[in-house]
Design a protein around this ligand. Structure first.
Ligand code: HXC
Length: 513
């Protein structure tokens, strides 16, 4: 008994007091402190506390630490089981050894058997250099498990320190990445290698800090101001997710009336079609208690994605954002939303799509970078998804972008339009310029041409810039009053809760990656 108490105490000290102090002085918590903050109090059950590495090369046998630089086990968050590993930077820089990888793989295997989410807290110098290929093999074993777990259990990666080299690919294979601002970084090759190979001088933060990944690469889905905020974000995110792909997402208690009407919505769309507005105002208005957990908030801001509840039902939101690039679909927006739609579909989370899209972003930059292949990802994701899909066309649904945004023909279950909806092949000005090309050429000056376009645009607008033409063909199930949107969505979600749909049997699709 005495020995057990002594050994446990030793294990809890990780790499020792000095290194713990160094960790704290960087504004970081230790691996164990992070677990304590994340899990319900007293719920953590640790595995493999007494594991040590098996290497004597480079005199590593003189540096033996109980737990070997990673803390693993399971606990609960809001009473629901999660599996967790947390890398301990105080032990050999949290570097991944053969035994360290075995510990992580053990809890990954168990998370899969139990059907519970996996959370990885990363804070590591990467592969343990002294162990060579054995540590690389350890990473590959983790990757393989990440892949098998994908779409079966939710996988969340928190980055609370360095995450470099091939080590970044385990988080990259998981569903959500969350970085703590200023104290974390992720890159495949660090600043030193970049300098040697390309001559470029760049700091850790600029190359792979949270801010860069939130705005430029889109690699991280969330950024917490510090570790405490990041941990709260993980708990919040999990509240929207089921334990695994065979379960329904949790239904929360809702005190916001399902039939709450918001008169403001009747006038939220500006009179002039070219004036933008913030689609997030609409999301906050219709969601339970105005709460919205936005995903990738700073990346591809022309599309907004995230989680809400409707009368307690966990739901994914995809919404074009007229406030940014007029809500055009471009490569980044397509990839961002396609991935989100596939996540929701994999985990039985219904999708509500709010449409106001003037089309795909034109331009050589987009074409050169493959808007064709990337735009196809979003079409594919929507068309493949079998979860309940509800669409509300708020204003513009032009061209291919109409088809993409969960249209009836991509198996949209309930497709509504506001009276302000404009559903057409293209906007009135562009359409007149194509349709009356010959007549326009005959006109002698810009003024006359502008008048001609304006005169004919009104006829076009009357015919197509409204939802009635689409409703006539049944492509829109109903035209709804904006103020009733919350109630109509909730009723549709309740009706669709028993929906069953499937795809033909196949090994897997050939999604245009
Ligand atoms: C063994 C390591 C280590 C590693 C750090 N340490 N990284 N030990 N293997 N990979 C040890 C250090 O020797 C040191 O030991 C302690 O951890 C803390 O490291 P410091 O350098 O003092 O800390 P800091 O200044 O904060 O710098 C952190 C760091 C730096 C940026 C992570 O340590 C670093 O650059 N490490 C190497 C990163 C790297 O290139 N790794 C390989 C990536 S490739 P003492 O005893 O002094 O406390 C990779 C391949 C994966 O991982 C492949 C997957 C397919």
């Amino acid at each position: 008994m005495k020995r057990l108490i002594a050994e446990r105490e030793k294990a809890r000290l990780g790499g020792g007091e000095k290194r713990i102090e160094a960790q704290h002085s960087k504004g970081k918590f230790t691996a164990r402190e992070r677990i304590d903050m994340l899990l319900d109090e007293g719920s953590f059950e640790e595995y493999d506390m007494f594991v040590t590495h098996r290497t004597s090369d480079f005199e590593l046998d003189k540096e033996l630490y109980l737990s070997d630089g990673v803390i693993t086990g399971h606990g609960t968050i809001d009473g629901r089981t999660v599996y967790i590993f947390s890398q301990d930077f105080t032990v050999l820089g949290g570097s991944l050894s053969e035994t360290n990888a075995l510990k992580i793989c053990k809890i990954m295997d168990q998370a899969m058997k139990v059907g519970a989410p996996l959370i990885g807290i990363n804070d590591s110098g990467g592969a343990r250099i002294q162990e060579g290929v054995r540590s690389l093999a350890g990473y590959a074993s983790i990757f393989q498990r990440n892949i098998m777990a994908s779409g079966v259990i939710p996988q969340i990666s928190a980055i609370f320190g360095p995450c470099a080299g091939g080590a970044v690919y385990s988080p990259a294979l998981t569903d959500f990445i969350l970085m703590s601002d200023k104290t974390s970084c992720m890159f495949v090759t660090g600043p030193k290698v970049v300098k040697t190979v390309t001559g470029e001088t760049i700091s850790d933060e600029d190359l792979g800090g949270a801010s860069m990944h939130a705005t430029k690469s889109g690699v991280t889905h969330f950024v917490g101001a510090d570790e405490k905020e990041s941990i709260l974000l993980i708990r919040k995110l999990l509240s929207y997710l089921p334990q695994n792909n065979l379960e329904e997402p949790p239904v929360s208690v809702c005190d916001d009336p399902a039939d709450r009407i918001d008169e403001n919505l009747n006038t939220i769309i500006p009179e002039k079609p070219s004036i933008p507005y913030d689609v997030k105002d609409i999301i906050h208005s219709i969601a339970d208690n105005g709460e919205f957990l936005e995903v990738q908030r700073q990346y591809a801001r022309n599309i907004v994605i995230g989680f809400v509840t409707f009368n307690g039902i966990s739901t994914g939101i995809v919404a074009n954002q007229p406030n940014y690039l007029a809500g055009c679909l471009d490569i980044n927006a397509s990839r961002k939303s396609a991935r989100f739609v596939r996540f929701c579909d994999a985990f039985n989370i219904p999708i509500v799509t709010l449409v106001d899209v003037p089309g795909f972003l034109p331009g050589s930059a987009q074409e050169f970078d493959g808007i064709i292949t990337n735009g196809a990802k979003l079409i594919f994701a929507y068309g493949e998804a079998t979860v309940p899909k509800i669409t509300v066309i708020l204003r513009k649904a032009y061209g291919g972008a109409y088809c993409v945004m969960s249209s009836k023909q991509l198996r949209g279950d309930v497709n509504y339009a506001w009276p302000t909806a404009e559903i057409a092949v293209m906007g009135p000005r562009g359409a007149i310029e194509v349709l009356y090309n010959r007549e326009l050429k005959k006109l002698s000056n810009d003024e006359e041409r502008a008048r001609f376009v304006a005169d004919n645009a009104s006829e076009y607008r009357e015919k197509f810039s409204n939802p009635y033409e689409a409703a006539k063909y049944g492509y829109i199930d109903d035209i709804i009053e904006p103020r009733n949107t919350r109630f109509r969505i909730i009723r549709a979600l309740q009706t669709l809760s028993t929906k069953k749909d499937s795809n033909p049997p196949k090994k897997h699709s050939t999604l245009p990656l």
